[in-house]
Design a binder for this molecule. Structure first.
Ligand code: UD1
Length: 424
């Protein structure tokens, strides 16, 4: 397995371009199953998660090609509606083909995703929504087997608790259903809005995207489209922290304040300057001490769960005591013990809150990545630490960051990938 070696201390300075959002591309790929015409997605990052979703679509019979950040999908010859364990266990987002397959073909057999490093992550709300739309849903031998007699039927889907994946699956199931579907307490994440935007371009009738109430009037068929994916607010937040933690200045082209206001407010409060400029954001350290703060993850537009680990790395070096409360997932503090190995002073209070006492410096160490965003936090800590940091299990990073070490090297980081053997 590959490792990343970092020698900390260099301030990151320069220009980086933020790519399309992974969490938008994955559902957009699934939504291409809703038409037999070609769906073209632009500004797609080169990530293992995208390749896994490609494997899922190809397994179902779609033609998929990826060249120069342009992904082309044609689902004219779907010959199978089953997503096997081998693919869904590699990546949970594979489960998002349930809605489109059921909506277009009236049946789907999808492996249950199972647990994950950050929590149990059940799919009960997805299944409830499919049942509300008239599907018969059974669990058989680790698979969700869903069928409907004829097209799905529009109905009210009320999410007692919000679910981003569940909202996306429901939208994709409802666009070809007969009649009107109303999703109450829908997720309003920008990636959900982007999915709705793409589906509207394909001929779907969706109102309320970006709000908590979506109204979808089913149509008979959808057509192809050419869609540019929204920028990755999580990638942008990661580079913003990189500027802050190294005392540098980074111009992030294709990063936008309206997609990440809560993160920008937090970083500004902590003492960074964030300036909107020319289709992007400049983030720079002011030279003053970082100030401690408190964050709690919430659904959009609250503080994103996908950025808490990275900001925790920054808090490790802030003056005073910070706290992070994780409200979305029950087990998302696996990076804490690794940061402690680098000299951070962090204590867990129960399983949902971390208390971070700022320290003057971190020191390089061997650390182990446990999930995608935790890995990013360890790289960020390594960029600021004295001496050498080795981040193991880099395959997590490759799921969500396109050319991370190349981009950071251009910004001045002393960072390299050490190639390992697959069985290491
Ligand atoms: C979540 C995040 C998303 C992030 C992604 C990967 C939110 C609102 N969503 O999306 O920003 O990119 O993780 O880190 O922050 N749940 C159930 N039953 C269900 C569905 C979900 O109990 O059927 C629970 C989950 O276990 C979790 C919470 O609800 O605790 C939110 O889940 P959901 O929004 O669906 O997660 P993702 O779509 O994976």
């Amino acid at each position: 397995m590959d490792k990343i070696r970092i020698v900390g201390g260099a301030p990151l300075k320069g220009h980086v371009r933020i790519k399309g959002a992974k969490n938008a591309v994955l559902p957009l790929m699934a939504c291409a199953l809703l038409t037999d015409e070609e769906v073209v997605l632009r500004d797609v990052p080169n990530l293992t998660d995208i390749r896994t979703m490609t494997d899922v679509l190809v397994h179902l019979g779609a033609d998929v090609s990826f060249e120069g950040n342009v992904l082309r999908i044609k689902a004219a010859n779907i010959h199978c509606c089953e997503a096997p364990y081998e693919l869904v266990s590699r990546m949970r987002a594979s489960f998002w083909v349930l809605g489109p397959l059921l909506g277009r073909f009236g049946h789907a057999k999808i492996s249950l995703p199972g647990g994950c490093a950050i929590g149990t992550r059940p799919v009960d709300r997805h299944l409830y929504a499919m049942e509300q739309l008239g599907a018969d849903v059974q669990i058989q031998n680790g698979y969700v087997v869903a069928k409907s007699d004829g097209p799905l039927k529009g109905n009210k889907v009320i999410f007692q608790l919000q679910t981003m994946g569940g909202t996306m699956n429901t939208i994709m199931a409802a666009v070809l259903a007969k009649g009107r579907t109303e999703i109450i307490n829908a997720s309003a994440e920008p990636e959900v809005t982007d999915l709705a935007r793409c589906l509207i371009e394909m001929g779907a009738k969706i109102q309320g995207a970006g709000t908590r109430r979506l109204v979808i009037d089913g149509v008979d068929s959808l057509h192809g489209t050419n869609h540019t994916v929204i920028p990755d607010r999580i990638e942008a937040a990661t580079y913003a922290v990189a500027a802050g933690i190294t005392g540098g200045e980074i111009y992030m082209e294709n990063a936008f304040l309206h997609l990440m206001e809560d993160v920008v407010f937090t970083l500004t409060y902590m003492g960074l300057d964030v300036i909107e400029k020319n289709n992007g954001l400049i983030v720079k350290a002011t030279g003053c001490e970082l100030r401690a703060t408190d964050i709690a993850t919430e659904e959009y537009p609250g503080f994103p769960t996908d950025v808490q680990a990275q900001v925790m790395a920054l808090m490790c070096l802030a003056k005073g005591t910070s706290s992070v409360t994780e409200n979305i997932f029950e087990n998302r503090f696996m990076h804490v013990q690794e940061l402690v190995r680098m000299g951070a002073d962090i204590r867990l209070q129960g399983s949902r809150t971390a208390i971070i006492h700022g320290v003057p410096k971190l020191s390089g160490a061997q650390v182990m990545a446990s999930d995608l965003r935790a890995s990013a936090a360890l790289v960020l800590a390594g960029l600021a630490a004295e001496g050498e940091t080795i981040v193991n299990r880099v395959y997590h990073l490759d799921r969500g960051y396109d050319q991370l070490e190349q981009k950071m090297r251009v910004l001045g980081a002393d960072i390299e990938r050490i190639k390992g053997l697959p069985e290491e």
